[in-house]
Design a protein around this ligand. Structure first.
Ligand code: FAD
Length: 466
């Protein structure tokens, strides 16, 4: 009788999980396991919104496992301690898992592998969360790509592996273990409202993809920048937790493109998945970047020295600029923010308020349901101008111009800011020009022109690129 453990990580799905299928073939008994490693004391331990998603996603995974004759076991602690103990108790010969690329997760994986080896147990890790393999995604000369277009072109030339397998119909029964029921602590009442907007789990992820392909993909290029429309897939939290894999998405999108002939819409969407690949490539090759700028000149940049009040106003959606406050409200209410608005809010924080990008990245980390160390780091560094392929630092989004362009009727800001409901059309973007007593909305916290010039002056003081 061969005994194995399948360690679920950010691959909380049964379909397109080749190593799970392999484990099911090789083992007579298989323990499906999740290890809750809250990483206490570590800076990038899961944020509050992520914990909400995780809890529901694990419950959903357990239901899927139950349908296949088994169940999820959840333990708490360091994987390098939990797994060897379990392996010894069960007499397991093999442990399977899929790789994660966050620096701490890589360390956890290495330590676990070493601890298993000491016990003579085989650890096998697979690659299910990305289309590319960061370990071998460098340039021909071995150095990592720092420009997205070159990176993505090379990946496309190399061809993407699209061998997508369905979920196994049955899984081996679990071993007999003394039951240990662990509930993950939920982050309190704030997160209760997320269920009105989201349904975590593998089946909901597949439904969302199908719905997006049917209703949204054809118009994606024209709609994706308009936050008032449901113009993007909203797959990001499902993708982050691995409830759906990128191969499944690419295969479904390509099948749709072949049938509909809408190659360019498909291409525009797949390019966004390409950014996700690029973000993971960067995080793998530059593991210090969640905290340090990739462009080291920015370590000397003079951020505002006393930014506490500015940061609080931004977090509380009290900046007095409707597009920014609406975005931060959307984030607080739903655990998600539209990409265009992420760009505008991040630009305002780092450039008009001169608050270090790491502060914004931490707030997103705690409040986003799709908080993802690779994508979040890339997003913040891109906006701040200090990352790979970053926006030039002199590009400072004007929140009013951006709002008028991407929310031309003001629908988005009125949706999230009830105080502005009576201001029609574009007027909602500049409430200070209307009779303020009608709005009960704060005045702008800074002057856009002066703060823009202050930022440009500081950027000019950076040493020239070597
Ligand atoms: P779609 O437009 O439908 O795109 C499909 C998928 O492609 C997304 O689900 C996502 O996985 C990927 N993707 C799209 N845009 C990007 C991008 N710019 N970079 C990397 N991957 C991308 N995304 C996260 O998943 N987690 C984060 O923590 C995160 N933080 C961000 C912070 C900032 C400051 C910025 C500017 C962007 C951030 N993004 C992050 C990227 C992007 O905003 C979200 O991926 C996107 O809004 C998710 O919505 P969607 O699934 O509808 O996207």
């Amino acid at each position: 009788m061969s005994m194995g453990v399948f360690w679920f990580r950010r691959d909380l799905r049964l379909a397109d999980n080749p190593l799970l299928a392999k484990a099911a073939n090789e083992c007579d008994r298989l323990l499906p396991l999740y290890i809750d490693d809250p990483g206490e004391g570590t800076e990038w331990a899961e944020g509050a919104a992520s914990r909400w998603w995780l809890q529901h996603s694990l419950a959903s995974l357990n239901r899927e496992l139950n349908r296949r004759g088994t169940r999820l076991s959840v333990r708490r602690g360091r994987p390098s301690e939990v797994l060897p103990k379990l392996v010894q108790t069960l007499g397991a010969e093999r442990v399977y898992w899929n790789c994660r690329y966050e620096p701490q997760a890589l360390v956890a994986e290495r330590n676990t592998l070493a601890a298993l080896r000491l016990l003579g147990c085989r650890g096998e890790s697979g690659r299910a969360s990305l289309l590319t393999i960061p370990e071998s995604s460098g340039k021909p000369d071995g150095t990592p790509y720092r420009v997205f277009t070159a990176f993505w072109r090379a990946r496309q030339r190399a061809g993407l592996d699209l061998d997508v397998r369905p979920a196994p119909a049955r899984l081996p029964p679990p071993p007999h273990l003394p039951d240990e029921v662990i509930d993950l602590p939920l982050p309190g009442q704030w997160s209760d409202k997320f269920s009105a907007h989201w349904e975590p789990g593998e089946r909901p992820a597949e439904r969302r993809l199908q719905q997006f392909i049917e209703d949204g993909l054809g118009v994606y290029p024209g709609c994706r920048d308009f936050p008032a429309r449901a113009g993007t897939s909203r797959l990001s939290p499902h993708l982050h937790f691995g409830e759906i894999g990128p191969r499944q998405i690419v295969a479904a999108v390509q099948a749709w493109a072949a049938e509909s002939g809408q190659e360019s819409a498909a291409e525009s969407f797949l390019r966004q998945l390409g950014w996700r690949e690029f973000a993971h490539h960067l995080l793998y090759h530059f593991p210090e970047t969640p905290n340090r700028p990739l462009d080291l000149r920015f370590e000397r940049f003079r951020w505002a020295s006393d930014y506490g009040k500015s940061l609080t106003a931004w977090r509380r959606a009290e900046t007095g600029f409707p597009i920014i406050d609406a975005g931060l409200r959307e984030l607080w209410e739903t655990g998600w923010m539209h990409n265009r608005v992420r760009l505008i809010t991040a630009s305002f924080l780092t450039k008009n308020l001169l608050v270090p990008w790491q502060e914004g990245a931490h707030w997103f980390w705690d409040t986003l349901l799709d908080a993802d160390l690779a994508n979040n780091t890339l997003g913040w560094q891109w906006v701040a101008g200090c990352g790979a392929d970053a926006a030039p630092w002199f590009r400072i989004f004007n929140p009013v111009v951006q709002a008028e362009r991407f929310d031309p009727q003001g629908d988005y800001v009125r949706r999230w800011l009830p105080a502005l409901r009576r201001l029609e059309g574009k007027k909602a973007h500049q409430p200070w020009k209307s009779d303020c007593s009608r709005t009960n909305y704060p005045p702008p916290m800074v002057d856009l022109k002066t703060t823009r010039e202050r930022a440009l002056l500081r950027f000019r003081k950076l040493p020239k690129r070597g």
